[in-house]
Design a protein around this ligand. Sequence first.
Ligand SMILES: C[S@@+](CC[C@H](N)C(=O)[O-])C[C@H]1O[C@@H](n2cnc3c(N)ncnc32)[C@H](O)[C@@H]1O
Length: 266
Amino acid sequence: MAQSEEYVFRRVEDQPELERLRMIERVFDPASRRRLLGTGLQEGWRCLEIGPGAGSIMTWMSELVGPTGQVLAVDLDPKFLGGTVRANVTVMQGDVRTAELPERSFDLVHARYVLIHIPDYGRALNRMLACLKPGGWLVLEEPDFSASRGITGSAEQLAAVGKVNHAIKVMYDKLGMDYALGQKLEALLLARGLQSVTMGKDGPSSPGGSDMATIMKMSTVQLREKYLATGVVTNEDLDRYCRFAENQESSAVYYATIAVTGRKAS
Ligand SMILES: C[S@@+](CC[C@H](N)C(=O)[O-])C[C@H]1O[C@@H](n2cnc3c(N)ncnc32)[C@H](O)[C@@H]1O
């Protein structure tokens, strides 16, 4: 499989994908911003945003660093960034593993929900570290789908939630990706000698109809064929999962987000 074809959302329809990415931003940007500000992010910094998606963190960083700072955003497919680019932002189309990126140049490198889509994530991580200045900060946020479980709902719907979670695991396994990658982040940073490493985990229980439930329903609609191809779910299971995600009486931990911050040695 060509590297650019590995990304599971690569061939989904644009409009629902943009809506899904915007909903991810609405739910997860506040915590990401707090983590990024915790590094000391300020005017004049040079930032590298890997896999910006719909671009809200890229744009927010560019406002924060101002005209004396810079943001470089690198995405396999930057199709949703057209209208959002400001004077201090450069958007590059490329794969983080192979793109020609300036080394020892950035005060801050950030990626959210990107490494989980890369089988050789260690290679991607090494490239990101090479781009950091000595003393620069790395912030990574990745899912842990093994944290997922249905909590309240009908027995049938809870069974469907378990089966869809299994399908998510099998899909990522088949692609050589780790559906629980978030769990490994801290060890990955420590093994590479990062300093001041901190880790946080957020895996809330979310009711049906919430943004979190809707994000997972949208993923299920977009990845329906990939989930079916795992052989562990049927169309009926997927329909039940979607109804569960809409049902305000239901609740589930859909996944946890694990975030790490670390500093490259000076
Ligand atoms: C799930 S989206 C997350 C978007 C954004 N970071 C967010 O959290 O809102 C993953 C993004 O990473 C990009 N991506 C996936 N694999 C990549 C790679 N190998 N190199 C660069 N970008 C990649 C995708 O094109 C997509 O924009």
